[in-house]
Design a protein around this ligand. Structure first.
Ligand code: GSH
Length: 212
């Protein structure tokens, strides 16, 4: 049994929960973070010294944090060779894009586009316009890599789709000027057809909006 601590509105929790659902793993999730609180207790900090979500335990195993590391653990432990290629040379071709979305796309999109649109500006209108313009080449890069898909690895859904796809619900449902990326658009539409994605990644972010 997996135990997950973290609110369903966190995109990092969503990547983990979507993975768990795709792999069909038994689990229970506890809401923690933001309005739920609970991140500053000594018990929680002993599991996750960052005081962030998600934190995950697999049975009596040691606590794990960093959502992408948790997705990789779940994929390696419970996924088949399609979901987690055992061949390092095949896996790195997916993993480099998973890493890229966490370290390049997500900080840009999250910090400079998503949160400003939620009412937490990271500069004035010019900074926002520059952020939107700067996101376009990143989205185009990803779109070209996905190509005809249907998934990053081709025919098979993999751990990398979990880490990438968890960013896309927000990307596609916010109102801003997106790049022209037909392949990425089609990829997102395919993810939306998956029940596990709909349940765990397409989660309203309305509660994150700061009202002024
Ligand atoms: N790199 C970490 C980031 C964790 C993180 O920033 N979590 C956010 C939610 S997405 C958080 O805990 N925010 C505080 C809160 O929810 O109260 C990961 O991928 O797990």
């Amino acid at each position: 049994m997996l135990t997950i601590w973290g609110r369903a509105t966190s995109s990092n929790v969503q990547a983990v929960m979507w993975t768990i659902a795709e792999l069909g793993l038994a689990h229970r999730r506890h809401d923690l973070g933001l309005a739920f609180g609970g991140l500053d207790t000594p018990e929680y900090r002993a599991m996750n010294p960052n005081g962030l979500v998600p934190t995950v335990r697999d049975g009596d195993g040691a606590p794990m944090w960093e959502s992408a590391a948790v997705v990789r653990y779940l994929a390696a432990r419970y996924g088949d060779d399609g979901f987690w290629p055992r061949d390092p040379a095949a896996r790195v071709q997916l993993d480099m894009w998973a890493e890229w979305i966490k370290t390049t796309f997500a900080p840009h999109f999250g910090g400079r586009v998503f949160w400003p649109l939620m009412g937490r500006p990271a500069g004035g209108p010019e900074a926002f316009a520059a952020a939107v313009a700067g996101l376009k080449p990143l989205a185009k890069m990803l779109s070209e890599r996905i190509g005809r898909g249907p998934y990053l690895a081709g025919e098979t859904l993999s751990f990398a789709d979990m880490i990438i796809g968890a960013q896309l619900y927000r990307y596609y449902t916010l109102d801003f000027d997106r790049a022209d990326t037909p392949e990425l658009d089609a990829y997102y539409r395919r993810l939306c057809e998956r029940p596990a994605y709909r349940e765990h990644a397409m989660v309203s972010y309305d509660s994150l909006r700061i009202s002024t």
